[in-house]
Design a binder for this molecule. Structure first.
Ligand code: WQD
Length: 337
């Protein structure tokens, strides 16, 4: 079976393509290169020893999506990463997010449901929980009113998929990521944020390498042990392997009435200061940072209850925060050479 990976030149997508190829799947990538580059295709090729098929397509172009499925008529599995994902940008430009993240999903599902069977894996986010009341966060935790249009597109996307699964031959799994970090051990692929990084780890590595003057820690007055926010930082390679597990699960299941949901995290919460201490330990660098005011929209704490992913999906995170930060640092040093 050929598998389509949309956003396959992105951070999580590229690592997932590698793990799919390692497991013998035949992969074709769609990416519009709006937040990635063709160098990533070279990086993937250097790891797996062959270049996956690649099509540069804007998934908002319904006709182009249709043509793709005509050309690649043997695709019956789709892992859908492609989406705009900057929380702050989504507040300023909601229609960009609703058009890009929702219409692309609809066009993919319309094509997949024409097939005798379809397997669909959706890249969702723990952001759908908002600030959950109970830690660790289980899949049954209530979905909170979205704090951003970006988060809303993930919630709407999940609802669309649930409605389609009920009345079609599509089986689906929704994967709610916590905080993906790190880089492949080969250091041939990693995170390539464009412009000023919004996320913590790329800002740390860019500060350590001298690209950024200083890291701002957004608040130290939260109700946590050291006052800084807690997150569940999951190594991107562990996250990629979970997608292969999910695809195999779909391929072995008869048609189901409801898409399964899995939280993907390590189950361990780390504060911002924990991350800084871990980075300084693995890099040997002293990080220049200062505490500033809170960032609007941040929640205090989020880390995953991993029981369902462990026991039902048969997947466990194996790599640690130190492993992730060490690989992220090696990657930063390599791309700035
Ligand atoms: C982590 C912690 C910040 C930068 C976001 C999206 C989520 C998902 C992952 C897509 C927070 C602190 C950060 C900085 C800091 N994306 N921080 N200084 O906000 O948990 O999640 O990315 O799915 O949907 O919301 O990740 O890396 O931005 O922040 O102090 O320069 O680091 O306050 O506590 P976040 P993050």
């Amino acid at each position: 079976m050929r598998v389509l990976v949309t956003g396959g030149l992105g951070f999580i997508g590229s690592h997932t393509v590698v793990e799919l190829q390692n497991e013998g799947f035949d992969v074709v990538i769609i990416d519009d290169l709006s937040n990635s580059s063709l160098e990533v295709l070279d990086g993937i090729t250097s790891i797996i020893g062959k270049q996956p098929n690649f099509e540069q397509i804007d998934l908002r172009d319904k006709a182009a999506v249709h043509q793709f499925f005509k050309k690649y008529s043997d695709v019956s599995g789709v892992i859908h990463f492609a989406a705009s994902k900057a929380v702050g940008e989504s507040v300023d430009n909601p229609l960009l997010y609703y058009e890009n993240n929702i219409s692309s999903l609809i066009y993919l599902l319309q094509e997949l449901q024409k097939k005798p069977e379809g397997h669909f894996i959706f890249s969702s986010s723990c952001t759908v929980y908002g600030q959950a009341a109970i830690m660790p966060i289980a899949e049954e935790a209530p979905i909170q009113t979205a704090l951003s249009p970006y988060g809303n597109t993930k919630q709407i996307g999940e609802e669309i998929i649930q409605d389609v699964v009920k009345v079609s031959n599509i089986n689906a799994i929704l994967l709610r990521y916590f905080n993906p970090v790190g880089a492949h051990e080969s250091i041939n692929i990693g995170e390539l944020p464009k412009g000023t990084p919004q996320n913590l780890i790329p800002f740390i590595t860019q500060t350590a390498i001298g690209l950024r003057e200083q890291l701002s820690v957004f608040g130290s007055d939260y109700p946590t042990a050291d006052g800084t926010c807690i997150r569940d930082y999951i190594h991107v390679v562990d996250l990629a392997k979970a997608h292969v597990k999910a695809l195999k699960r779909l391929m072995n299941k008869e048609n189901v009435e409801k898409a399964e949901v899995f939280n993907l995290g390590t189950g361990t919460g780390s504060s911002v200061l924990d991350v800084i201490n871990s980075f300084e330990k693995v890099s040997g660098k002293t990080l220049n940072y200062k505490i500033v005011e809170r960032r609007v929209g941040d929640i205090t704490e989020a880390y995953a209850d991993t029981a369902k992913a462990n026991n039902v999906l048969g997947w466990n995170a194996e790599l640690t925060l130190d492993d992730a930060l060490e690989s992220a640092w090696k990657w930063e040093q390599k791309i700035r050479k």
